[in-house]
Design a protein around this ligand. Structure first.
Ligand SMILES: C[S@@+](CC[C@H](N)C(=O)[O-])C[C@H]1O[C@@H](n2cnc3c(N)ncnc32)[C@H](O)[C@@H]1O
Length: 223
């Protein structure tokens, strides 16, 4: 079951990769990226990991911020091929191929919902993070998933595809962080009609229906 879901996720991202530039390329990503920027840690001179970095959206920002070293890890090679300005590592975020405490900053955009286990994901991040290091991550909000919203895209043939997603409630994220000796400093919820309010085709109906719904979550934690 877990192996099937991971394979399905990888297949979906291989399909999405050609249409996944290394910038925030839809209204949700722009709102999420702004919330991440508001909580962005000091990066200059630090060793940074872009975890499940995709095509390198956050790797670019880490490099622009003069991180001493940027490593982008993802399990999808067509995503990684688009990354520039970072060392690229093809690997599984559930079993990181790095020694203990080698990063001062770990950034992870919109990837927690692909972790097979939130406790193991948090423990793996805590293991590679130096003492005092910062972990900043975002994800599709569990409330949005519960409301029936999906993570989906249209591929090159204009076919509609949905990416599998696991729902980790905020309480289970807090418990996993505590068990991994990470202290959560800030939790920010990105809400429809508030931070997310950019118009897009048929958006009036979307904003009317989902006004106030938490659609993305941004969390900053420290080891
Ligand atoms: C929604 S994309 C986000 C990409 C990038 N972090 C961003 O914010 O633009 C999720 C990424 O997680 C990667 N991913 C999913 N499961 C993974 C795993 N088990 N190990 C490594 N990467 C994974 C996918 O390949 C994809 O690039």
């Amino acid at each position: 079951m877990t192996a099937n879901l991971t394979a399905e996720t990888l297949a979906a991202y291989k399909r999405w990769a050609p249409l996944y530039p290394s910038t925030a390329h839809n209204p949700l990503m722009r709102a999420e990226q702004q919330a991440m920027a508001d909580l962005w840690p000091p990066v200059s001179g630090r060793r940074a990991l872009d975890l499940a970095g995709g095509s390198g959206r956050y790797s670019r920002l880490l490099a622009a911020d003069k991180a001493a070293q940027v490593v982008a890890l993802d399990f999808c090679v067509p995503m990684l091929r688009q990354v520039s300005g970072a060392a690229r590592v093809c690997g599984n975020m559930m079993q990181l191929p790095f020694a203990d405490r080698v990063f001062d900053v770990v950034i992870s955009g919109l990837a927690l919902g692909h972790a097979t286990n939130v406790n193991a994901w948090m423990a793996e991040v805590a293991r590679v993070l130096n003492v005092g290091g910062v972990f900043l991550y975002s994800d599709f909000h569990p409330d949005a998933a519960r409301a029936g919203l999906t993570r989906s895209f249209k591929d090159r043939k204009n076919d509609y595809c949905t990416v599998p997603h696991r729902c980790y409630e905020l309480d289970s994220q807090r418990e996993a962080a505590a068990a991994a000796n990470l202290t959560i400093e800030v939790v920010h919820e990105v809400r429809v009609g508030m931070e997310l309010r950019e118009p897009f085709p048929k958006s009036e109906e979307f904003y009317r229906r989902w006004h106030g719904l938490a659609i993305a979550l941004v969390v900053r934690a420290r080891k």
